[in-house]
Ligand binder design. Structure first.
Ligand code: DOR
Ligand code: ZN
Length: 334
């Protein structure tokens, strides 16, 4: 049977939530991955070292003995100064910036994206070598939000040349094109944005479990993402943005944004890379590139996938995954 072994798979953008949801979803990542960048958009968001350490402990409790490293992040505030960040540095891997109100639990995000208001914190982060992770969307027309944000990425990249800036979950050709223009811009790409365009979400019957921010875009945008991921562009990493919500928050008249992919991500990536005859690049996309970009030493872990049909469960607890009830052509080896 055809097999592939991935060394130290990493998920560079993951929502683990808290309390009961954390208990359900954390093991689903810690079984399959060597580590993940943990998003801080809890309610309230993670903005202090004390909250961050407590959250990390809750994550560790939820994953038990699994060999998995949670790479912690703080929720960006423009009030973080050098003194605070110097103390925070040993507990965090990065800081995540959300424009205020742009997505789930981002109300406490940044109102003003001017260089002047961000300067104190971003200068300190540059000096301390703390990467900045950005949810890059404007508050404009939904299909244009990410492209409209390109000017912010450009300004940040030029104004803070020593700062590593990760454009999170890119969905457009516009963002893809920025990678080769600015040496300090990097990107994560999700599983769902490699598979979906807007029509899959809203072209026929509305698919709430495929609704996320940023929304899936056009064919040409997906092609640009596929080109980066399948060729393992060295500035691009896998970040699932696996974002679980209980079924009643998804199948409701106000559908929460987020696609839950953590337990099926490696299988679906293997399927996609094999279909495109690029299986040899999967290792770089799901691990090596991230190791180089973040300069991290991940926990040693090998995950073997086999070419054998896998029927995706209809739910995990009360969370419905992408591909629920469908078959993928790759499974995790038992
Ligand atoms: O779809 C999304 N869900 N996009 C985000 O940016 C946040 C995430 C969540 O936390 O649910
Ligand atoms: Zn996210």
């Amino acid at each position: 049977m055809k097999k592939i072994t991935i060394k130290n798979p990493l998920d560079m953008h993951l929502h683990l939530r808290d309390e009961q949801m954390l208990k359900v979803v954390a093991p689903l990542s810690s079984q399959n991955f060597s580590g993940a960048i943990i998003m801080p958009n809890l309610v309230p968001p993670v903005t202090s070292i004390k909250e961050l350490k407590n959250y990390k402990n809750r994550i560790k409790k939820a994953i038990g003995d699994d060999n998995f490293k949670p790479y912690m992040t703080l929720f960006f505030k423009d009030s973080y100064d050098y003194k605070f960040l110097k103390k925070a540095k040993k507990h965090i891997t990065a800081i995540k910036l959300y424009p205020a109100g742009i997505t789930t639990n981002s109300e406490g995000g940044v109102d003003n994206l001017d260089v002047e208001s961000l300067k104190m914190t971003l200068d300190a982060m540059s000096e301390l070598k703390i990467p900045l992770l950005v949810h890059g969307e404007s508050d404009g027309f939904v299909m244009d939000r990410e492209s409209e944000f390109a000017v912010v990425y450009e300004t940040l990249a030029v104004s803070f040349p020593k700062l590593k800036i990760v454009m999170e979950h890119i969905t457009t050709k516009t963002s893809a094109d920025l990678l080769d223009k600015f040496p300090n811009l990097y990107a994560t790409i999700t599983l769902h944005h490699l598979y979906l365009i807007l029509d899959d979400v809203a072209g026929g019957m509305l698919k709430p479990h495929l609704f996320c921010k940023p929304i899936a875009k056009r064919y040409e945008d997906r092609d640009a993402l596929l080109n980066l991921a399948l060729n393992a562009h060295p500035k691009v990493m896998f970040g699932s943005d696996s974002a679980p919500h209980p079924v009643d928050k998804k199948e409701s008249c106000g559908c929460a944004a987020g696609v839950f992919t953590a337990p099926i991500a490696l299988q679906a990536l293997a399927q996609l890379f094999e279909q495109n005859k690029k299986l040899k690049n999967l290792q770089k996309f799901v691990s090596d590139n991230a190791i180089h970009i973040y300069e991290i030493k991940p926990r040693k872990k090998e995950i073997t996938l086999v070419k054998k049909d896998y029927k995706v469960p209809s739910s995990y607890g009360d969370v419905v995954p992408m591909f629920a009830g469908e078959s993928l052509s790759w499974s995790l080896e038992e």
